[in-house]
Design a protein around this ligand. Structure first.
Ligand code: ARG
Length: 461
């Protein structure tokens, strides 16, 4: 059977082996580029006409036929029936079926090598735009919960050991910052995605006087590629994209891990909604944070796609090689994984509830104000290293007596360090501990309030 819109074959005397066809064909997955490839082809037809390579009537007929394909409701069924090699041959085949010989002129001056890179970039541009909106929505959910529990105080951790108290909103804002960097990285990636390879031909450039800049402007590209060999073999943009997404997934995974710990019975800092949890088939009491575990787990696939692209590219000679067809599934699955992960993360965050009593209790036990006591001594003129040592001994005293620092008497503390005065108890209060962290970026209430205001402005901007 002749393949739909087969684009080569003149010099072949044998048909492709069916196993080779199955191995070689990309249509089962690259049909996702259908609309993007048609957009590229419509602009290319305009370029051909302006260069005098096709008549205005032919251009109208090609553009009309391509536009029709975009709105043809029967196309979806064809997607599954067709034995086309790839999306490009599928579209060209359908176009020729619909408009006849004019359709056979569309491929003038281009190769699938510049065509596929162009369609892929057009498609990815739109997806980056959608991902950016989804990150924005997750940031908004994070700022909403920070606002909703503005007064909540919790322990901050290092080594997963209680370290110093922080506002819950400060913890939220940490993730807001990570996501802000993710959006910056994707915006920067976009600058290099948005360069048009079309007009590079198979590798050496096109032999026809096509005004590439006019075609690029029509397609919304901000630049045209400067070197044809590079243009058809460059997949840096795909690597940059999966790399930016890998870091994004690292952030989602760490958010998930924090929340998994915090919702355990042992911590009890947050409650997840039933709507994002599942039960156990055996243990009736169980409520498991499946949504969060999947966020953590799915990050691995995205890292894998990034590694796959790097290893696929590293040994390729210039210019196009078929290995590069492997770029599609890696990027498609990255897009799908990142989008559903962002939506899931937003729902988990929106519906979580903080147990403020529990977090406060945890923030006031376990000597989280020990550093505060050392800082207090520093303000009395004691060198920090001496203060650190003295406070260590006071903590030991407290542990022996089963008391927090505030529970020791002034005399007991003064026995270790006689610089301690009666004002120490104020300094050891939870409120003063937080308020003292007022240098830029610290967890003092006023800083956090300002950060929340800035976050709102950023989100509305
Ligand atoms: N399906 C191919 C890809 O995704 C299109 C380019 C094919 N070009 C070629 N010279 N075989 O890479």
């Amino acid at each position: 059977m002749t393949k739909t819109g087969q684009l080569w074959g003149g010099r072949f005397t044998e048909k492709p082996h069916e196993t080779f066809a199955e191995f070689n064909d990309s249509f089962p997955f690259d049909r996702r580029l259908f609309a993007a490839d048609i957009r590229g082809s419509i602009a290319h037809a305009g370029g051909l006409m302006r260069a005098g390579l096709i008549t205005a009537d032919e251009a109208d007929s090609i553009i009309g036929g391509l536009t029709q394909l975009l709105t043809d409701s029967a196309i979806d069924a064809d997607f599954f029936d067709s034995n086309a090699e790839d999306v490009h041959s599928f579209i060209e085949g359908r176009l020729v079926d619909a408009i006849g010989d004019a359709g056979r002129k569309l491929h003038t001056g281009r190769s699938r090598n510049d065509q596929v890179a162009t369609a892929f970039r057009i498609w990815l541009r739109d997806e980056i735009g959608e991902i950016d909106i989804l990150i924005h929505d997750l940031q908004a959910a994070i700022i909403d919960i920070a606002d909703g529990f503005r007064d909540a105080v919790m322990p901050g951790y290092t080594h997963l050991q209680r370290a110093q108290p922080v506002l819950f909103a400060h913890w939220c804002l940490a993730y807001f910052e990570m996501l802000k960097r993710d959006r910056d990285r994707l915006a920067d990636t976009m600058r290099r995605v948005n360069v048009m390879p079309l007009g590079s031909g198979a590798l050496a450039g096109t032999g026809f006087p096509i005004d590439r800049e006019a075609v690029a402007a029509e397609l919304g590209f901000t630049a045209v590629s400067a070197n044809s060999l590079d243009a058809v073999s460059d997949r840096d943009f795909a690597v940059e994209f999966t790399s930016a997404c890998s870091l994004l997934m690292v952030h989602l995974s760490r958010l998930a891990e924090d929340m998994i710990i915090y919702c355990s019975t042992e911590f009890g800092f947050i409650k997840l909604s039933d709507a994002v949890s599942s039960g156990s088939s055996l243990m009736p009491q169980k409520k498991n944070p499946d949504a969060l575990e999947l966020l953590r787990g799915k990050s691995g696939r995205v890292f894998g796609h990034n590694a796959a692209l790097l290893s696929m590219l590293k040994g390729l000679p210039l210019a196009y090689n078929k290995d590069m067809q492997e770029d599609k599934e890696a990027v498609f699955d990255t897009v799908d994984t990142v989008k559903i992960s962002l939506r899931a993360a937003a729902i988990v965050v929106e519906n979580a509830v903080v147990d403020e009593e529990r977090t406060r209790e945890a923030a006031t036990t376990g000597y989280l104000n020990a550093t505060e006591l050392a800082d207090y001594l520093v303000k009395k003129g004691v060198p920090f290293r001496t203060a650190h040592d003295a406070v260590g001994r006071i903590v030991l005293l407290g542990m022996e007596q089963g008391k927090e620092l505030n529970g020791l008497t002034l005399d007991e503390m003064r026995a270790v360090s006689n610089e301690i005065g009666s004002d120490v108890f104020d300094a050891l209060e939870l409120g003063s501990t937080l308020e003292s962290k007022s240098a830029i970026g610290g967890t003092a209430r006023s800083n956090v309030n300002d950060a929340l205001t800035h976050a709102r402005t950023y989100l509305n901007g």
